[in-house]
Write a protein that binds this ligand. Structure first.
Ligand code: SF4
Length: 480
């Protein structure tokens, strides 16, 4: 009971037996497999930072349920200060990991489900909220890491869940029993799934009465019978198996370690069911979760950008280019782009408000603006990094060649930049920049927390264009 250290988190994973597959192999222990170790390290750091005196003001909180000190990743926001501290926490952790640390998705799911279950009960006289509070206390008291499982495979995008040729394209209820429900389907791109303790499953879109069986929200332990994880590939992931420097970020990897989770007729007892057919509440749940997660992106991504900008500057120094005026200008642009994202996250937190449950959420319009900016600014930051670093990012020979007794001396000699900087430093920086700006890492900035089009739809809904038209009519003295 109580907050865990990183070591205790790893020990807690040993007690679980999730069904996990990767590259055709059934994984016996994720703790001992190189594909998973960096992601576990990143998640473990969130535990250690919650207890570290220099970070605990941001990374821990006081439970409104038990009055105990808890990890902020299990806390329900109850003020603007909570919303702002979340963003600052994400930036602080991102600076240390240079990669996704995964726990925010479940945290945002907990906040979304907390507020929506309160409103379902108020409307329908159900008891989802009390059930959820019971589960939340377990999560807080045991400092559990929960994945937030929202995105369905979706099949034919032109068809609603209930109209799909394959009824399992969206996760749905297949049976209601006296003691619980049976669910079938899948959730895709789920961050930190295999090294979580359990999954908080939520619907992914607005639903109609025809889709009522798809309006389902519940919690399952990661190793519940019928829950199967198929771990996704990442750019250069085989480097995790046969090298260290060439990984770029050996300790924490790139992105969050995403998995496809299959629910093959999984039984969920009623005490872990938080929505069961209340289709009118599917959209509010999606919106709350999306707002919470999009709020984050100017936090964690700015933390990553801090490390990336530092690495880019070091790279320029390693090549003797740090004095060039254009390098300075590009670094200024990178800082401007990163801090703009941070401004957005702080702004949507400051403009947040209380929901009927008493919990707080960020401003939805500004949170969606934040994430849409991330889909652009992070690419521009990466472009500037690649501009400064040069073609070596795409052509640097392997670490094993540099270590080779016969040809290593040539790489040591010809891969050297400024005479005061060791060749190894330039190689390490090149690989870190490659890991942070190529392939999977960039795609995550585009589609994590929802694709740009999802943000544009919410921006259109939230923009209050009628009000803007009224302003224009008034100025132009045009009658309604
Ligand atoms: Fe957290 Fe950022 Fe990873 Fe999302 S992408 S889980 S906000 S670190």
């Amino acid at each position: 009971m109580g907050m865990m250290t990183g070591i205790e988190y790893r020990e807690s994973l040993k007690l679980l037996k999730p069904e996990v597959y990767f590259m055709g192999e059934k994984i016996k222990s994720i703790l001992d497999h190189p594909a998973f170790i960096p992601h576990i390290n990143a998640a473990a750091l969130t535990y250690d930072m919650a207890l570290a005196p220099e970070f605990e003001e941001l990374t821990s909180a006081t439970s409104h349920l038990t009055n105990q000190k808890i990890s902020r990743f299990t806390h329900i926001h109850h003020s603007h200060d909570d919303l702002i501290k979340k963003v600052k926490m994400l930036r602080a952790i991102g600076q240390q990991t240079g990669s996704c640390f995964q726990r925010c998705v479940g945290h945002d799911g907990l906040n979304a489900v907390y507020s929506v279950t309160f409103e379902i009960d108020k409307e329908n006289g159900t008891n989802y909220h009390q059930r959820f509070i019971h589960m939340l206390k377990e999560v807080q008291n045991h400092d559990l890491m929960i994945s937030g499982a929202m995105t369905d495979p979706k099949g034919d995008r032109a068809l609603a869940p209930g109209k799909q040729k394959d009824p399992d394209a969206y996760l749905h209820i297949v049976q209601r029993k006296a003691d619980g429900i049976i669910v079938r389907g899948a959730k895709a791109h789920i961050t930190g799934a295999v090294n979580s303790h359990g999954h908080l499953v939520m619907p992914t879109a607005a639903m109609t009465a025809e889709d009522a069986d798809y309006a389902v929200c519940f919690y399952v332990p990661v190793d519940a019978p019928g829950v199967i994880h198929i771990f996704g590939r990442q750019t250069n992931d085989t480097r995790k198996c046969d090298c260290t420097i060439d990984q770029g970020n050996e300790e924490y990897g790139i992105v969050g370690g995403e998995a496809l989770i299959i629910f093959d007729d999984v039984f969920v007892p009623w005490e872990h069911v938080f929505m069961c057919g209340e289709y009118e509440f599917a959209y509010p749940l999606v919106e709350r979760f999306a707002t919470a997660h999009r709020q984050n992106y100017g936090g964690c991504k700015t933390g990553l950008a801090d490390a990336l900008i530092g690495a880019t500057y070091l790279m320029a120094e390693s090549q003797g280019a740090q004095g060039a005026a254009h390098i300075r200008e590009k670094l200024i642009d990178m800082v401007h782009l990163a801090e703009t994202l941070y401004c957005c996250s702080i702004a949507c937190s400051c403009q947040g408000y209380a929901l009927p449950s008493g919990s707080y959420m960020a401003d939805p319009l500004l949170a969606n603006i934040t994430k849409l900016n991330v889909t652009r600014n992070i690419y521009e930051i990466a472009r500037l990094t690649q501009d400064i670093a040069g073609g070596i990012m795409a052509t640097l020979p392997a670490e094993s060649d540099w270590k080779d007794p016969k040809i290593g001396k040539y790489l040591e000699k010809y891969m050297k930049g400024a005479s005061v900087v060791p060749t190894e430093t330039r190689m390490r920086l090149t690989r870190l920049l490659e890991a942070m700006t190529c392939g999977t890492a960039l795609v995550e900035s585009m589609h994590g927390a929802g694709s740009p089009q999802a943000q544009r739809i919410m921006i259109w809904r939230q923009a209050n264009l009628e009000h803007k038209k009224r302003l224009a009519r008034k100025l132009a003295k045009i009658k309604e």
